[in-house]
Design a protein around this ligand. Structure first.
Ligand SMILES: NC(=O)c1ccc[n+]([C@@H]2O[C@H](COP(=O)([O-])OP(=O)(O)OC[C@H]3O[C@@H](n4cnc5c(N)ncnc54)[C@H](O)[C@@H]3O)[C@@H](O)[C@H]2O)c1
Length: 443
């Protein structure tokens, strides 16, 4: 009678035989395809060998000198021998993987005259990582500084190792000494649950952090773009909001740690400009959405999409008559780059003036995702602005900028991203948004 134990043994033996066969085929294919290694491959391998000798690993150094090793799998008689061979094979596979140069999106080549060194604080976050993509594809050198509070290495991992890219784990509340021609200062949590998580830290990041960035810019003569926000207008009494409106902010409310800190950030920028001649640009960013948004961003777009995708009720806080206007992230990135490179130094609103009520948004997303969710209303939250719509006359006039991505297109791309995120269960299941060429950066 065949016991479970016997079946397990058969299964193990079969797996080992399958492994040996796979190893033999792999080895054979290596031998058959072992065309002479190219000069570049040889150079790469000797680089590795040198690296290993420098790190003191003589054994690896000697293996690395052999461009494409082969392995004899013909004399395997026992299970132990097979296991040893498998371990050897695994080691060689790792070695081969290490030798394969990483592929990067094809970036434009800029000569030293046109290539800029650009520092992006908060560059591993949602907006920052899209800005990184665009500037990298344009051929600039990009340095990302991030403390990974809400940002993720994943957002920029496709650039790690590229000669034009550097990622620095650093909290901007501490001073930083770096050479740069331009700075985009984006470091700050952006969504209410994130900035309310540690209000004092939010204030420090936007005040002490901004002082550090402006100090750096002063030392190296760089131009700084400050990522401000429509929240500086608070719960506005003027509609739509123009840059000349001074705002209506509750200084002691739950949102004040962000709103007031961003207001101080703007004040610091203009003080450094007046006192120290630092060139500054101020972008007042309105609600932005797109791929790479945080799953727990906690704002309308991500909340509604996630609720719809997971079949939960779509929750509206308050009557649902409050309005919002949302811009797709690639439009914002266009605006930020145009503003940085313009000769205009007063604040500029960057947002999409197409206004919808929250209930309309809920219905649009519900229709797009489908499913069985119901739209339900809950109590309003404290200090929730009732109307938000940018007046972008200034951006149109001084930058020639206006948003071009429709709500339908933007939401479709974002839903696709969230859907893939929800399906992930392993690190190896990637959901990357790797730019392919300059005309297709924001996939
Ligand atoms: N997304 C929007 O709708 C929106 C709207 C208005 C303004 N903004 C502003 O744009 C900027 C980027 O926003 P986002 O949506 O990409 O947010 P995000 O949270 O995805 O990105 C912010 C990044 O800053 C990093 N960071 C936070 N504190 C830091 C610190 N002390 N030191 C170093 N890094 C730090 C985070 O880790 C993250 O990578 C923020 O300054 C935000 O205030 C965004």
């Amino acid at each position: 009678m065949v016991t479970v134990k016997t079946m397990k043994r058969w299964f193990t033996s079969l797996t080992v035989v399958a492994f040996i066969l796979a190893a033999a085929i792999f080895n054979w294919s290596l031998l058959v395809s072992s065309k002479k290694p190219s000069d570049m491959e040889i150079a790469f391998v000797s680089d590795k060998a040198q690296h290993y000798s420098e790190t003191g690993d003589e054994k690896l150094a000697s293996t690395a000198q052999v461009p494409f090793p082969s392995m004899d799998v013909t004399n395997i008689n026992t299970l132990d021998e097979a296991l040893i061979k498998i371990q050897e094979l695994e080691k060689r596979l790792k070695d081969i993987e290490y030798r394969i140069p990483k592929k990067y999106p094809e970036v434009k080549f800029l000569t030293f005259k046109d290539r800029k060194r650009i520092l992006i604080t908060g560059g591993a976050g949602f907006v920052g990582s899209h800005l990184v993509d665009r500037l990298m594809m344009e051929g600039h050198e990009v340095i990302v500084v991030d403390n990974f509070f809400t940002g993720r290495k994943r957002n920029v991992e496709h650039w790690i190792g590229h000669e034009n890219f550097e990622l620095i784990h650093h909290d901007i509340v501490n001073p930083l000494y770096i050479e740069a021609d331009q700075v985009y200062h984006l470091a700050s949590p952006a969504s209410p649950p994130h900035y309310m998580y540690n209000p004092v830290k939010t204030i420090k990041t936007n005040t002490v952090g901004t002082i550090n960035v402006l100090g750096l810019a002063k030392r190296v003569g760089a131009r700084v773009l400050i990522a401000s926000t429509s929240e500086v207008y608070g719960d506005p009494e003027v509609h739509p909001q123009t840059e000349s409106y001074w705002g209506h902010v509750n200084p002691i409310g739950p949102r004040a740690c962000y709103d007031e800190a961003k207001r101080v950030s703007e004040t610091l920028a203009y003080s450094y400009h007046r006192q120290e001649n630092v060139e500054v640009r101020v972008a007042r960013i309105f609600n932005t959405y797109g791929p790479r948004m945080h799953m727990n961003d906690g704002r309308v777009v991500s909340n509604f999409i996630l609720q719809a995708l997971t079949g939960q009720d779509i929750t509206i806080y308050g009557s649902g008559k409050q309005t919002r206007s949302f811009q797709y992230v690639s439009d914002l990135v266009d605006g930020l780059i145009k503003l940085q490179n313009s000769n205009y130094s007063l604040p500029v609103n960057l947002g999409n003036p197409e206004e919808h009520t929250i209930t309309e948004f809920a219905m649009i997303i519900h229709k797009m995702v489908g499913g069985k969710s119901h739209i339900v209303n809950k109590d309003a939250v404290e200090d929730d602005p009732q109307r938000r719509k940018p007046d972008i006359t200034r951006a149109k006039h001084v930058l020639g900028w206006e948003p071009s991505v429709s709500l339908q297109t933007g939401i479709e791309k974002t839903v696709r991203y969230f859907r893939k995120e929800l399906m992930r269960s392993k690190h190896s299941e990637r959901n990357l948004h790797i730019p392919v060429d300059v005309s297709n950066i924001n996939v």
